[in-house]
Design a protein around this ligand. Structure first.
Ligand SMILES: [Fe+2]
Ligand SMILES: [Fe+2]
Length: 212
């Protein structure tokens, strides 16, 4: 199975066509938010490095991931430059907050949920990059075509770590893993399909009177 098919299999739905239409009509907002997502992905990986110093496999993967996401961040900024689009401030989307709100606050649930959210977010990014790559074409299209491979790999690294740590706790935690995955796949489905007040990389389709 290829990268995109893997990511789609993890997710509960496809991105609505109306989101792609809106994204193509406002590439500057899309790219600013995309740059911010790469920065945030690096930040999440770094925060895991601080919080779980007793987990060597996680530390190695998150350190590499943080570097890779920051390289993506630089690449998005360079792509904006080459397209003559100016980077600037943008409010965050409802997506990250909406996903984070359901992460359990005590361990080991907190770690397992954080890693599951990482997996779902990366899989959604991969699915959107694939759709955008086939629609926008040109330099931006090939850039997205390259990025979808790394995001698919990140999704499966996160999922693999989440499952491994859940199985290492006890049978009960291991047994509830699929249910937790379903919670976040369901949340992602709502957040990316329900009408949104803004266009963002992980938003729902923006409404007529959406703001920047
Ligand atoms: Fe990335
Ligand atoms: Fe990523």
């Amino acid at each position: 199975m290829d990268h995109v098919a893997h990511a789609r299999e993890m997710l509960g739905c496809a991105t609505p066509g109306s989101w792609f239409d809106a994204a193509q009509n406002d590439l500057r907002t899309l790219l600013i938010d995309h740059a911010n997502c790469e920065k945030k992905a690096a930040g999440t990986a770094l925060s895991l490095l601080y919080r779980y110093v007793d987990k060597p496999k996680l530390l190695r993967r998150m350190s590499r991931l943080a570097r890779e996401e920051l390289r993506h961040y630089e690449q998005v900024l360079a792509m904006m430059d080459s397209l003559g689009l100016e980077y600037g401030p943008l409010t965050p989307s409802r997506y990250a907050g909406g996903m984070r709100a359901s992460i359990r606050t005590s361990e080991p649930g907190r770690l397992i949920d954080t890693l599951i959210v990482g997996a779902v977010v990366e899989a959604r990014s991969c699915e959107r990059f694939a759709g955008l790559a086939s629609r926008v074409g040109g330099r931006l299209g090939s850039f997205y075509g390259r990025l979808l491979e790394s995001e698919s790999r990140h999704a499966f690294h996160y999922l693999d770590l989440a499952r491994e740590y859940a199985c290492a706790v006890d049978d009960e935690v291991a047994g509830s893993f699929d249910a937790r995955l379903r919670v976040f796949v369901g949340l992602d489905r709502e957040l990316v399909t329900l009408p949104d007040t803004q266009l963002r990389f992980h938003s729902g389709p923006p409404t007529e009177n959406a703001t920047a």
